[in-house]
Design a protein around this ligand. Structure first.
Ligand code: YH5
Length: 292
């Protein structure tokens, strides 16, 4: 599959890396607007040099417990950064937002993708996404960031999330957004217990029949902290292991903080897939898998 935006085209027949760029004052403590802008640009440049295919720019923290950010503040943070990354580096930029005004403004300065943790459920978001004419990642979240980790429950987590994707893909179709512009993301950590997250990762291949590229993000997240007992800054090895498992189960894009080591991990996977042994294994899997 090709991921097409107005100016860029990304071939998803090989797994791709989305580098996380947070443009939030809490990640750069109080240095003022220019400091934030300058640090963000240098970070983007570094991730691109390391091999990131997409830079995901976000101005609203959606970590568990986070409060929301006013629209004018989010615009002020992310739009100049997106504009500069597109102009200076010619990179494919995704905008991590749920706000229609931010989606429109980002598309106007050349963003090539919308990454919405609320899957276009905000008022006006479907219209803004149609206007933007770029690919859209629909993420699953149960509840809202402030309270989503308070006792999340599902009848069956895989079935519930699949049903949600079917509903959102239909809503997009009704709003005039073609299915071939959509990507899906199960939203690790967004209203999920550790057991839910593990069930999703273990069964990720079951989303393949939705015929939308799968995006995953668990880089440094607390599910990896729960499994390893490590603080966020010490979760690189766990993040890489999880990325490998996800790509083996069909993920097309991994959203990560640590681009260079993820490139290395995917190089090893690529080499096996390209080798005779990997081709034989893929054929074996194809012959023995039941149609979904
Ligand atoms: C995602 O999964 N996540 S924001 C808590 C952490 C570390 C990282 C230390 N936006 C996703 O990255 N977009 C976010 O604990 C996302 N998929 C997509 N598509 C949360 C985040 C994080 C939270």
């Amino acid at each position: 599959m090709l991921l097409n935006s107005r100016t860029q085209s990304l071939d998803l027949s090989v797994p791709r890396i989305m580098g996380i760029l947070n443009v939030t004052p809490d990640s750069f403590s109080d240095g003022g607007d220019f400091f934030l802008f300058d640090a963000a640009l240098r970070h983007a440049e570094q991730m691109l040099a390391e091999g990131a295919d997409i830079i995901d720019v976000g101005g609203e923290s959606t970590r568990p417990g986070s409060a929301s950010v006013p629209t004018d503040e989010e615009l002020r943070r992310v739009i100049p950064v997106i504009d500069a990354i597109v102009r200076r580096f010619g990179a494919l930029v995704s905008v991590d937002t749920s706000k229609p005004e931010v989606m429109r403004a980002a598309a106007d300065v050349g963003a090539g993708m919308i990454n919405d943790v609320r899957a276009l459920q905000a008022d006006g978001a479907l219209d803004a996404a149609r206007y933007a004419e770029v690919p859209i990642c629909l993420m699953h979240m149960q509840g809202q960031p402030r309270t989503m980790q308070h006792d999340p429950r599902y009848d069956d987590v895989m079935t519930d999330i699949k049903r949600f994707f079917h509903q959102r893909i239909s809503a997009c179709a009704e709003a005039g957004i073609q299915q071939n512009r959509l990507l899906i993301d199960p939203g690790f950590g967004f209203g999920k217990t550790l057991a839910h997250n593990l069930q999703i990762l273990g069964n990720l291949h079951r989303f393949v029949d939705l015929c939308a590229p799968i995006v995953v993000g668990f880089s440094r997240k607390s599910m990896l902290g729960a499994l390893t007992g490590r603080a966020p800054g010490d979760r690189l090895a766990a993040s890489l292991g999880a990325a490998l498992l996800a790509v083996q189960r069909g993920a097309a894009i991994v959203r990560v903080h640590d681009v260079a080591p993820t490139v290395d991990v995917l190089s090893v996977l690529r080499a096996i897939a390209d080798s005779d042994a990997g081709i034989a294994q893929a054929q074996h899997v194809e012959q023995h898998s039941t149609p979904m």
